[in-house]
Each structure stands twice: as structure tokens, then as C-alpha cells.
Design a protein around this ligand. Structure first.
Ligand SMILES: Cc1cc2nc3c(=O)[nH]c(=O)nc-3n(C[C@H](O)[C@H](O)[C@H](O)COP(=O)(O)O)c2cc1C
Ligand code: SF4
Length: 438
């Protein structure tokens, strides 16, 4: 197990006060941003690039590379948006950071702002986060009161302000361009790309959008250097990652592990094993959108970007869900389909219609009225949704579970059909749509 090193390090021994400025500074907080103020901004970008830090919001895009797309010669202001919407089912690690260590998030935001010459940054928090919002806002007020935000931060000539923005509880507002629309006061309808936010983002200005956990890793990287960061994790997936573990586990919770950690050890050692003497039936390692893993696929699996891709799944947002053998996989898929059908913003036909139809078809199966033809229809619908056919990846986030659940648990779906299923034909149909999976 990784000893918590980066995100859970500072001042967390005392959970009653870890969110306060005193506790944060006692544990070394706000040293890195002072250092960043003395650095050439481009050097900060280079350091983050060299660290190999990848975005923790889902896609795993290299953070320093994303920042390097921000034009240095633009006459427009540059904005930073911290993505604290955290609406991916099964994911609750950003909430943990905002509640326990809001100054860490704030310091990370400041470092990113300095690197991209941003003077006004935003944190977009999901509206239901009433307690994390309270904690984050209190940290903002402490920072202003101490001259860490506002005019001339930390006694420098750098002015920096922050806006705490509350969403209204839409999953799609977590998608970065949907978030920009929402911040501009409109419905969170994702935008076609290009132009990418780095060129035309918030109010048409260059904008970086990073996940809360991504930004929270920055103080450690600036304090200890990229080379030290690369010592943790694997060569291609450096650093640590927060996984929010839930489901049939004895010790659900938020855990920080070195990337590359063994998945089965994580379940046994950190999470106390599968709950109530149940057998492991499945793992969804990275939030509801990623493909499901069978127990066989979990054997030898490593919790990093490459390791989980090798096993046909993804790190995603780190929402690690464990499913015991008393759970129906088709029922899980219905639950997800209901969510995605509800959350689709409706701009793209494959997503709007596809999510709804998949929900109805699984509902019919679970109601004892489904046929093998319905399973084929689900696979065909998923094929029409995935792989860049829509404005954003919500459609893929429905298609991947649909295909992977049927592929990996075909008998559970077959058993629900009114007439016997030709398993060879079902297998062939799954194989014909295997390209849908990432
Ligand atoms: C439907 C949808 C929902 C998303 N929700 C979130 C979210 O709640 N939080 C988040 O950080 N990223 C979310 N993302 C990913 C963001 O679009 C974006 O990639 C991310 O915030 C970039 O930050 P990172 O590079 O630090 O990961 C979502 C993407 C999609 C397609
Ligand atoms: S894929 Fe779905 S959620 Fe995304 S923009 Fe299109 S309709 Fe909206």
C-alpha cells in the first residue's frame, strides 16, 4: 500500500481542524505558492509537464500539456476553472478534499493560476455539496483575510481573485464545456470542439479546466519537484490517486494509493475485503461510465491508466465500486441507464434517444418481457452512440457499460429473456460490437 504521501499528507491527523488555515500552514501549507510566485510561469508549466501528472477528472489528459495550449500573447484575460462538480456515480473523492483540506485545493488553484497568468479563477461546486461548499468558502474567506487572495497576494504584486460558484445538480455540468456554459449563466449544454477551452473558453477567453484532485496535487509537485513525483507510481502513470471505494466492502471510504497498486490487494488490504462473506462478482474501478471487470480480470490488475486499460477498463474518476454475488448485473445496468437517460442534455440524437431506449429495453428485460432481439438492439444502439458521434462523452459513458455488462455477464441477461437465447449468436453479436469498448 502506498503510505498516503501527497493528497492526504497535510494536517489531516486532526480531522476536526484539518480544514483550517492554521492546521494547513502548520503542516507546511502555502509554501509552494510562495515558491511559484518566484518562478517563471513557463517553468511551472514545464515542471508540471515533467511530473507526468494526468488529469484526475476522468480522461487522464496530461496536465502540463493542457496548460501549454494557453496562448501567452493573448490580449484577453485567462481563466482557471476548478471542476468540483463531481457527479459521476460512485465518485466522492473531491468532496473529501473539499471538506478535509480545502486550502490544499485553493493552493493548487493558485499555482495553476500563476502558471497561466490568470487573475480570476472559479471553483464550480455541485449544488448539493452544502458542507464542502461551506468548508471551501470558509477557506476562501481565511485566505482573503490573510492577504493570500485579492490585491498583491502574499505581499507580491500578483493580484488574484476567486469566485465560488454553485451548480444546480446536473451531471452534464461536470463536462468541461457544459460547465463553461453554466458559468456564463446558460443551461449546461456542452459545446462542439474545436475551439477548445484553452483558446476559446469562458466568455470566449483562454481557459484551463482542471479537476479538484488534479489541482490538489500541485503544491506537492512544486515543493518536491517533478523528479520526486515520478518516483511514485509507475513510469507512465506517476503519482498517487484517490479512489472512493463503495459497494460490498467492509471498509468503504476514500483511499490514496500509488498508481500501479494491485487491485485485489486494494480490496483486501485497504477496504477490508468483500462484505458479509459474499463472493466478488464484479468491479467498476473508475466511476459508473467505465467498463465493468469480472473477478478473473481483477487478478493481477494494476490500478493505473495502462493497467486498467489492459484489463478493458479505465481509472476514470476513481469511483471504485465493488459488487457482491447477490447482485443482478442487469439491475445495475438499469439503474445506470435510468441515470444517463435522465442526465442526457438532449442535444445529440444518438445520446438523447439511445439512453432512453436502452433504459426501456433493460426495463422490459427485467420485467420478464425481453427477447434476444432486445439484447441485439441494446448493442446496436450503443454502437450508434460511442466513438465520437456526439458532442460530448456522455453517450460513450452509457454505451461502454451497456456493451461490457452484456459481454461479461451474458448468462444473466439471457436468463431474463422470455424465450431461450442462442448463446453463440449472442456472443457473435457482442463480438460484432466489441469496437464500442475503449
Ligand atoms: C458527462 C461528463 C461528466 C463529467 N463530469 C466531471 C466531473 O464531475 N468532474 C470532473 O472533474 N470532470 C468531469 N468530466 C470531465 C471534464 O469534462 C474534464 O475532462 C475534466 O474536468 C478536466 O480536468 P482534468 O484534466 O484535471 O481531469 C466529465 C465529462 C463528461 C463527458
Ligand atoms: S452526448 Fe448527450 S449529454 Fe453530451 S451533448 Fe450530446 S446529448 Fe448532450
Amino acid at each position: 500500500m502506498a503510505a498516503p504521501k501527497i493528497l492526504m499528507k497535510r494536517g489531516l491527523e486532526n480531522p476536526e481542524s484539518s480544514h483550517t488555515l492554521d492546521a494547513y500552514e502548520e503542516a507546511g501549507g502555502y509554501r509552494s505558492v510562495r515558491r511559484a510566485l518566484d518562478m517563471d510561469p513557463e517553468k511551472i508549466v514545464e515542471e508540471v509537464k515533467a511530473s507526468g501528472l494526468r488529469g484526475r477528472g476522468g480522461a487522464g489528459f496530461p496536465t502540463g500539456t493542457k496548460w501549454s495550449f494557453i496562448p501567452r500573447d493573448s490580449e484577453k484575460p485567462t481563466y482557471l476553472v476548478c471542476n468540483s462538480d463531481e457527479s459521476e456515480p460512485g465518485t466522492f473523492k473531491d468532496r473529501w478534499l473539499l471538506e478535509k483540506d480545502p486550502h490544499l485545493v485553493l493552493e493548487g488553484m493558485m499555482i495553476c493560476a500563476i502558471a497561466i497568468d490568470c487573475r480570476l479563477m472559479f471553483n464550480y461546486l455541485r449544488g448539493e455539496f452544502s458542507f464542502p461548499i461551506k468548508r471551501f468558502q470558509a477557506a476562501v474567506e481565511e485566505a482573503y483575510a490573510n492577504g493570500y487572495l485579492g490585491k498583491g497576494i502574499f505581499g507580491s504584486d500578483y493580484d488574484l481573485d476567486v469566485v465560488t460558484h454553485y451548480g444546480a445538480g446536473a451531471y452534464i455540468a461536470g463536462e468541461e464545456t457544459g460547465m463553461l456554459e453554466s458559468l456564463e449563466g446558460k443551461k449546461a449544454m456542452p459545446r462542439n470542439k474545436p475551439p477548445f477551452p484553452a483558446i476559446e473558453g469562458l466568455f470566449g477567453c483562454p481557459t484551463v479546466i482542471n479537476n479538484t484532485e488534479t489541482l490538489a496535487a500541485l503544491p506537492w509537485i512544486i515543493e518536491n519537484g517533478a523528479a520526486a513525483y515520478r518516483q511514485i507510481g509507475t513510469e507512465k502513470s506517476p503519482g498517487t490517486k484517490l479512489f472512493s471505494a463503495s459497494g460490498h466492502l467492509n471498509k468503504p471510504g476514500v483511499y490514496e494509493v500509488d498508481l500501479g497498486y494491485s487491485l485485489l490487494e486494494f480490496i483486501e488490504q485497504e477496504c477490508g475485503g468483500v462484505r458479509g462473506g459474499k463472493k466478488l462478482k464484479a468491479v467498476i474501478p473508475g466511476g459508473s461510465s467505465v467498463p465493468i471487470m469480472t473477478p478473473q480480470e481483477c487478478v493481477g490488475a494494476k490500478m493505473d491508466y495502462e493497467g486498467l486499460r489492459e484489463r478493458g477498463s479505465m481509472v476514470g474518476s476513481g469511483g471504485f465500486m465493488v459488487i457482491g454475488d447477490n447482485v443482478s448485473v442487469p439491475a445495475c445496468l438499469l439503474n445506470l441507464a435510468h441515470f444517463y437517460a435522465h442526465e442526457s442534455c438532449g442535444q445529440c440524437t444518438p445520446c438523447r434517444e439511445g439512453c432512453g431506449w436502452i433504459e426501456q429495453l433493460i426495463d422490459r428485460l427485467l420485467d420478464g418481457r425481453g427477447t434476444q432481439g432486445d439484447l441485439d438492439r441494446i448493442l446496436r444502439l450503443a454502437d450508434n452512440m460511442a466513438g465520437g458521434k456526439t458532442i460530448c462523452a456522455l453517450a460513450d459513458a452509457m454505451a461502454w457499460p451497456a456493451v461490457s455488462y452484456i459481454k461479461k455477464y451474458p448468462h444473466e441477461f439471457a436468463e431474463l429473456c422470455v424465450e431461450p437465447v442462442d448463446m453463440d449468436a449472442l456472443e457473435a453479436a457482442v463480438a460484432a460490437h466489441a469496437h464500442v469498448l475503449p
